[in-house]
Design a protein around this ligand. Structure first.
Ligand SMILES: [Cu+2]
Length: 297
């Protein structure tokens, strides 16, 4: 009896903290959510749902580390994580731990990377990644600190595995970022990877691919300098365009971006492969918004 009461107390505390921060722990197949960490590699972090940041880090993890691929220590859980079979063209989802919902302002993305050996359980994610899904601003006239963002309030990302995806085993990485601390280089990244076997006869090839780490750096104003309380939607869009988030997702075929895209100047090769050599001083935050905590969220 005493043991049972103790368990409830711990669960209540965990559920309460999880309402602020989040991590994708469930894969959604045929509209049904899996168990936590059944198909998604569990991180070994002290508190699984805390964000990854460039500064004031949790567990010393930053977006410049190899574990920015699938979260801290998660490769050590790859062997015991199941591989979900999904047909190319199917829509699947990744859902948050405790069914919490996103209450930080920022974009959401889904990335894929093919296991070169054909066995995703032995793949660390050090190969090429491509983007298949993206949500940024949905209402430019709404509040940039909350519901201007498409992902505001979502508890899962639903996305299509492109019909042209070649068969094989893949890491599927869902990611959300909170930009409410970007004015102080405290953007927050929430992400994890599912292990998926794609079936079908796709022969497509994404033109634009990326390496992780290398995807993001803190010379990018979106993560270090943007101020959602002061800046306008067009500023946010300009900052997005200078990152891989501004690139068109691959939805099939043999090319990564549409001809209408203005992101060609920020191709993956120029962004992802070169450690930025520009001075960070020029993009230092123009505003500091007091404490960097997430107390209001
Ligand atoms: Cu936060």
């Amino acid at each position: 009896m005493k043991y049972f009461a103790g368990f409830l107390g711990v669960a209540a505390v965990l559920a309460q903290s999880a309402s602020a921060h989040y991590i994708f722990s469930k894969l959604v197949l045929n509209n049904e959510a899996s168990a936590d960490w059944q198909y998604i590699r569990e991180t070994t972090r002290t508190v699984v749902y805390e964000p990854t940041k460039f500064t004031n880090t949790y567990d010393n993890l930053t977006p410049s580390d190899a574990d920015f691929r699938c979260n801290l220590g998660s490769f050590s859980n790859a062997a015991k994580t199941e591989v979900a079979t999904v047909a190319a063209g199917d829509t699947i989802g990744m859902k948050l731990f405790y069914d919490t919902s996103i209450a930080h302002p920022g974009p959401g993305q889904v990335w894929m990377s093919k296991a070169p050996t054909g066995n995703v359980k032995e793949y660390e994610g050090d190969g090429e990644w491509f983007k298949i899904w993206e949500k940024t601003l949905c209402d430019e006239n709404a509040d940039l600190t909350t519901n201007a963002w498409c992902t505001w309030g979502m508890s899962e990302f639903d996305f299509q595995i492109p019909k042209d995806t070649p068969p094989g085993e893949y890491l599927v990485r869902a990611e959300h970022m909170g930009l409410h601390g970007a004015q102080a280089n405290e953007a927050e990244f929430f992400y994890s990877c599912a292990q998926v076997k794609v079936t079908g006869s796709g022969t497509g090839s994404p033109k634009t691919t990326y390496k992780i780490p290398g995807l993001y750096n803190d010379n990018m104003t979106l993560f270090n300098g943007l101020n959602l309380w002061v800046d306008k939607a067009k500023d946010v869009e300009a900052d997005i365009a200078q990152t891989p988030i501004g690139d068109e997702p691959w939805t099939g075929g043999n090319s990564g971006s549409s001809s209408a895209s203005s992101s060609s100047a920020f191709s993956s090769s120029s962004i992802a492969s070169s450690p930025s050599s520009t001075s960070s001083a020029s993009s230092a935050p123009a505003y500091h918004w007091g404490s960097s905590s997430c107390g209001n969220y």
